[in-house]
Design a protein around this ligand. Structure first.
Ligand code: 261
Length: 410
């Protein structure tokens, strides 16, 4: 059948063929076309509208006509009330619960003493080897150990924390839907359910202790802060937000460190400049976050009333996924966006979102990444990527390098 296309409406039937695995292997080709042809489009495999440009993502994230909603696979994984998917008083309470430990003045007080010894310890294990796989031996361990100690999970091993975020991450982004609006791969949630059972087995006894013997750890404060004397928040109420942390806050600083390194390896002159002048590290990180945004397409909003966005009429109650990783490659904002260039004009990007659900941990995460890269460049002279293997990036909801083999002079 031939459809005569005599209006300005582009033919979007190609979207019917988009698959989850192609989005996970490389979303950029699909999204380049979405940005050009339909910056707000219904993507059948996701069973959802998707926003792909900087302007439309920012408009929706900051619009009073929208509020937060968790994606279906995210809600299936985390349950309710997760901080990323609630509004009004519950959101205000959960934000107020997590924010004290993440305030810049507070982060400045503890972050160096927290992260630098962890980075040093992991570098001591590898620095005489002359080679390493940095994702599993450095980026992920530094990310999870720093946050684990901050949260009060000192006795949970780093490999356990890495295993939990990997399982929660795959479950959270098990987003493929059937035409009938059912999950296409319900078995994909099993590993997330197992991880949650393990998490509760490990964390319930800690909560029991923190209820009667509060300490300085973040989760202890979550239980007690702002509550009347002798009362604590219910564990069922905070667990979904604990899962938010055990996924995104555990995984994404590691993704960010690794992606920034891969970006620098793609521009050897810039790597040399950053190694020679560590003051450039924050700029490199900012560009790394834009270049391969760790939270690539994992959050959503829902229309509160009928609204028109990008020329599309959305009824009340329409969810829209915000693909910030695509927005950050918008040629309307960035010249040659696929190129890593820490010297590009310092335009804002959307890697930490926008509006009242923007990342609460932006300051913390940027400092963890900075300290990890400072210590790495300080410890190992002449860091080189091992070009015998290619770097593979993976992920649509969350994205980063799967491995990063490097060598250096010993
Ligand atoms: C700390 C941020 O974590 C997340 C953000 C978006 C989706 C899932 C997350 O765990």
């Amino acid at each position: 059948m031939t459809t005569l296309n005599d209006t300005a409406t582009p033919d979007l039937s190609w979207l019917d063929d988009v698959t989850m695995s192609e989005l996970e292997r490389n979303p950029y080709r699909t999204y380049e076309r979405l940005r050009a042809e339909a910056p707000l489009a219904f993507v059948p495999v996701l069973g959802s509208f998707v926003a792909s440009t900087a302007a439309i993502c920012r408009e929706i994230a900051t619009s009073p006509d929208f509020e937060a909603v968790i994606t279906p696979a995210g809600g299936r994984t985390f349950g309710h009330p997760a901080i990323i998917g609630v509004n009004g008083d519950v959101h205000a309470d959960l934000r107020g619960m997590v924010e004290p430990a993440l305030q810049p003045v507070e982060v400045d007080r503890y972050v160096d003493d927290l992260v630098r010894p962890i980075a040093r310890r992991h570098l001591e294990r590898i620095e005489n080897n002359g080679r390493a796989e940095l994702v599993s031996q450095y980026c992920e361990p530094v990310s999870v150990r720093s946050l684990g100690d901050l949260l009060g999970l000192k006795d949970v091993g780093s490999d356990t924390l890495r295993d939990w975020f990997a399982k929660l991450s795959r479950s959270f982004t098990n987003a493929a839907m059937t035409e009938d609006g059912e999950f296409a791969n319900p078995e994909g949630f099993v590993e997330g359910d197992r991880a949650k059972a393990e998490i509760q087995a490990a964390v319930d006894p800690l909560i029991d202790r923190w209820i009667t013997r509060p300490d300085d750890s973040a989760i202890s404060h979550w239980l007690h802060d702002g509550m009347p004397p002798g009362r604590t928040r219910e564990r069922e109420y905070i667990y979904p937000t604990i899962y938010v942390y055990l996924l995104g806050a555990m995984q994404e600083p590691g993704h960010g460190i690794a992606s920034t390194l891969v970006g620098l390896f793609s521009e050897p002159k810039q790597l040399e400049q950053v190694v020679d002048d560590p003051a450039l590290i924050p700029r490199a990180i900012s560009e790394g976050m834009r270049w391969t945004s760790p939270i690539w397409s994992a959050t959503a909003r829902i229309s509160k009333r009928a609204v028109t966005v990008a020329g599309i009429d959305l009824p009340a109650g329409t969810p829209v996924i915000l693909s910030y990783g695509s927005a950050n490659h918008d040629t309307g904002q960035y010249d040659a966006p696929t190129r890593f260039d820490l010297h590009r004009p310092p335009l804002p990007h959307l890697a930490f979102g926008a509006g009242n659900h923007a990342c609460a941990g932006i300051y913390y995460a940027n400092h963890v990444m900075r300290i990890a890269l400072e210590e790495l460049f300080e410890a190992v002279p002449n860091l080189q990527r091992d070009t015998r293997s290619d770097v593979e990036f993976w992920g649509w909801g969350f994205r980063g390098p799967t491995s990063l083999h490097v060598s250096w002079e010993v």
